[in-house]
Design a protein around this ligand. Structure first.
Ligand SMILES: [Zn+2]
Length: 161
């Protein structure tokens, strides 16, 4: 039980960091999504935040940028020893990249009823298209993740322009 509690505490810690990255994205006009990749020793080796609007790049999702940075840093595309933390359930593109990168563990905050491709709208990791077994932990810091997204969209609706 102690081990499980410790693991939960660690997940909350890194999700908090992902939320901070998401906030930067939100403040800069992108939908607030943040991601952190932690290696087997428990050290953060890469991070990402949604940059789609800023870069006008449809692939510039937080998870993609974090995966590219982690692979570059470790000089391997095989990230099976890594844990990816992301505030929102990955979309089909990011779920695909997570499988391609052989991410060991995916931890996310909030289910995405629109494009969630891990379990909500689709389940890419468990589909026939996946050749990788992914451990998934959902719902870490869920209320903080929901709050952040909801207030960002509420501000968008109320902005004068
Ligand atoms: Zn995505």
């Amino acid at each position: 039980m102690l081990t499980e509690y410790s693991e939960y505490t660690i997940h909350k810690y890194w999700m908090h960091r992902a939320l901070e990255l998401a906030k930067i994205a939100g403040d800069e006009g992108d939908v607030p999504v943040g991601a952190v990749i932690v290696d087997a020793s428990g050290k953060a080796i890469a991070q990402g935040q949604n940059r789609k609007e800023r870069d006008q790049d449809p692939t510039a999702h937080a998870e993609i940028l974090a995966i590219k940075a982690a692979a570059s840093k470790l000089k391997t595309w095989r990230l099976n020893q890594c844990t990816l933390y992301v505030t929102l359930e990955p979309c089909p593109m990011c779920a695909g990249a997570i499988i391609q990168a052989r991410i060991g563990v995916l931890v996310y905050g909030l289910d995405d009823p629109k494009t969630g491709a891990v379990r909500t709208v689709a389940n890419i990791p468990d589909s026939a298209a996946s050749n990788h077994r992914l451990r998934v932990i959902a719902g870490i810091q869920e209320s903080a993740c929901r709050q952040q997204l909801q207030s960002w969209f509420a501000n968008l609706r109320h902005s004068p322009d």
